[in-house]
Design a protein around this ligand. Structure first.
Ligand SMILES: C[S@@+](CC[C@H](N)C(=O)[O-])C[C@H]1O[C@@H](n2cnc3c(N)ncnc32)[C@H](O)[C@@H]1O
Length: 215
């Protein structure tokens, strides 16, 4: 594992959040989403916020040259390293935040993010960085939760997010995922729906975003 520019987290983020993340991300519903989207990744793949590496089992070895997984949590990357050892594709793990990717421009053919865009501190900067490191026209495969379309759950998202993000590793409940992607220049084909669970947590975006062909 290599390390780049990740700041030292506090006790809660080191000890408790990795446990919560691992638990929360192992639902059967999320498993089905992983099975659906991860095999579409191809070539040199960048996985943003790889966490404990729960996607690694689903990459298609016939399509993928290498997976580079980044995450600022050394504790989660240690779990990912164990899964990487069993993966059918070469895996490189880098301790870095999505906002400061230590990679050259156009060095990835596709990217994957599952339930991590909600947690990055600065999603605009992260998406600008992703756009820089993807080849023109590169695909981002995305499964994410965010801002609900209905007033009731949206109200809960607004008042709960300050507390939720403090205990949940920075997770913001109310990010407008399509707007963020489009502002960063990506074109999107996303399916949206409430999945299982409380409506303030379960409004989900899944699909593909493409970086611009030129520039
Ligand atoms: C809910 S977990 C999802 C993990 C994994 N993608 C999955 O599907 O199991 C959110 C992840 O975002 C990571 N994260 C938080 N801030 C980040 C940042 N600035 N850049 C990249 N990843 C970040 C966390 O460390 C955590 O691994």
């Amino acid at each position: 594992m290599t390390s780049s520019d990740a700041s030292e987290p506090g006790w809660w983020d080191r000890r408790v959040v990795p446990w919560i993340v691992e638990k929360a991300c192992r639902s059967s519903e999320i498993l089905e989403e992983r099975k659906r989207w991860v095999p579409r990744a191809h070539g040199r793949v960048l996985e943003l916020g790889i966490g404990s590496g729960l996607n690694l089992a689903f990459y298609d070895a016939a399509r993928v040259t290498r997976v580079t997984g980044i995450d600022p949590s050394a504790a989660l990357l240690a779990k990912a390293a164990i899964r990487a050892a069993d993966a059918s594709v070469p895996v490189e793990l880098v301790c870095a935040p999505a906002e400061r990717l230590p990679f050259a421009a156009a060095s990835f053919d596709s990217a994957l993010v599952t339930y991590s865009l909600c947690s990055v501190d600065d999603p605009q900067r992260a998406l600008a960085e992703l756009r820089r490191v993807l080849v023109p026209g590169g695909e981002l495969l995305l499964v994410e939760h965010g801002r609900a379309p209905d007033a009731g759950p949206r109200r809960v998202q607004r008042w709960l997010t300050p507390l939720w993000s403090r205990v949940g590793g920075g997770c913001q409940l109310d990010r407008d995922v399509p707007a963020l992607l489009e502002a960063a220049g990506f074109t999107t084909e996303l399916e949206t729906a409430y999945s299982r669970g409380p409506r303030w947590l379960s409004y989900t975006f899944q699909g593909v975003a493409r970086s611009p062909i030129a520039g």
